[in-house]
Design a protein around this ligand. Structure first.
Ligand code: ZN
Length: 90
């Protein structure tokens, strides 16, 4: 496996900080950061600056959950419309 460079690491670090990295990649990033003061400094500055990013991450809903909710709501809406027309006919 190639050793992680800071150039490729920065992009992964962003995802690492957002908590979107898969476990094995995250371990790789952690291993790199442990041996790289530059990346430690990057994380430190990143963590201090945008509180907004952390709030967004905390409120993050998994995309597939959103998608299935949307499908559910659409089906539910169609269902209630059908039952309403059935009531009107009676
Ligand atoms: Zn680095």
């Amino acid at each position: 496996m190639n050793e992680m460079t800071c150039e490729s690491g920065v992009k992964l670090l962003m995802e690492y900080l957002e908590g979107t990295l898969a476990g094995d990649v995250r371990a790789e990033v952690e291993a790199h950061v442990a041996a790289c003061p530059r990346c430690v400094a990057f994380i430190a500055s990143y963590r201090e600056t945008p509180r907004l990013v952390r709030e967004l991450t905390a409120a993050e809903i998994p995309a597939d959950l959103v998608a299935s909710l949307r499908v559910h709501l659409r089906a539910h809406r169609r269902e209630s419309r059908l039952s309403t027309s059935r009531w009107n006919r009676r």
